[in-house]
Design a protein around this ligand. Structure first.
Ligand code: SAM
Length: 241
C-alpha cells in the first residue's frame, strides 16, 4: 500500500520535473520584463519610496471630494498606483493618460494583475490635447506632471474642457498628500529637499509653476480655482466647474 503511494508520488514528481515549460507564460514574462526596462521609474512608484503614498492619497481624494462612482482621470499618470487604489475603493471607472506609451502598456499588465481589467483603462495621450470628449470626467487628478508640459495654460484649458460640470480637478506640483504617515512624509520631504541643497540632482524641468499655478488657471480662463499648499514641497490647484 505504502509502496504504491510512494511510487505514485515519485511518478508525479518526475512528470512535473520533466514536463516542458509553458511557452506562453515564458513569452508573457519576457514581454513584462521588457516593459519594466522601458519604464525605469516604475519601481519608484510601485514598490519604491513613493509606494506608501498612493493609498492615503486615494483615501484623501475620496474623503475630500466624496468620490463614489463616475469617471476619474489621472493625467501624466505613469503606471498609476493611485488609480489602482482609487478603483479598489470606489465604483469609479478610471482612465490613466500618459504620453509614454510604454508606461501605459505596463499599467495594462498591472491592472490585469490587480484584477481591475476594464475598471482602470490606460490611454496614451498628450495633456495639451486630451483624447476625451467635453464634460467627460467627474474627477481629474494629476501629480508631478505639470512642470514637464510645454504649454501649461493649454493643459489647464484641456483639463477644464474635459471636466464635467459639478466635477473637480486636483492638479499638483510636488506634494505627498495630507493623510500620508508622518514618518513616510518626513522621509519623502527630506528626499525632495535634497534637490535644493544640491545633494542630489534635480530632474530637468522640475522647476515648475508652484504658486504660479493660480495665474496659469486665470490665463486659461478658469473662473473657479484655488491654491492649496503643503509645507515646503507641495502646490495643488483645485478646479471646480
Ligand atoms: C514625474 S512623472 C509623474 C508620475 C506620477 N503622476 C507621480 O505622481 O509620480 C511625469 C509623467 O508625466 C508624463 N508626461 C510628460 N509630459 C506629458 C504630456 N504632455 N502629456 C501627458 N503626460 C505627460 C511623463 O511621461 C511621466 O510619466
Amino acid at each position: 500500500m505504502y509502496r504504491l503511494l510512494l511510487a505514485r508520488i515519485l511518478v508525479a514528481m518526475a512528470l512535473i520535473l520533466l514536463s516542458p515549460s509553458d511557452p506562453i507564460a515564458e513569452e508573457s514574462d519576457g514581454y513584462v520584463a521588457m516593459l519594466r526596462e522601458k519604464v525605469p521609474g516604475h519601481e519608484r512608484h510601485t514598490t519604491g519610496h513613493f509606494a506608501p503614498m498612493w493609498e492615503p492619497m486615494a483615501r484623501q481624494m475620496i474623503e475630500d471630494y466624496d468620490l463614489d462612482a463616475g469617471v476619474a482621470l489621472d493625467i501624466g499618470s505613469s503606471c498609476s498606483p493611485f488609480l489602482i487604489e482609487l478603483a479598489k475603493r470606489t465604483d469609479m471607472t478610471a482612465y490613466a493618460v500618459d504620453i509614454d506609451s510604454w508606461a501605459m502598456r505596463l499599467l495594462g499588465v498591472m491592472v490585469d494583475e490587480a484584477e481591475l481589467t476594464g475598471r482602470v483603462i490606460p490611454v496614451e495621450g498628450d495633456w495639451q490635447d486630451l483624447p476625451f470628449k467635453d464634460d467627460f470626467a467627474d474627477f481629474i487628478f494629476s501629480r508631478g506632471t505639470i512642470p514637464f508640459v510645454p504649454d501649461q495654460v493649454q493643459a489647464l484649458r484641456e483639463t477644464y474642457r474635459v471636466l464635467k460640470p459639478g466635477g473637480v480637478a486636483f492638479i499638483g506640483h510636488g506634494g505627498f498628500g495630507r493623510l500620508l504617515d508622518p514618518e513616510d512624509r518626513d522621509r519623502l520631504v527630506a528626499w525632495r529637499l535634497a534637490w535644493d541643497t544640491g545633494e542630489r540632482a534635480r530632474p530637468e524641468g522640475w522647476d515648475g509653476p508652484k504658486e504660479g499655478l493660480l495665474d496659469l488657471a486665470e490665463e486659461a480662463g478658469i473662473p473657479d480655482a484655488q491654491l492649496l499648499t503643503e509645507p515646503e514641497v507641495g502646490w495643488w490647484l483645485e478646479i471646480r466647474k
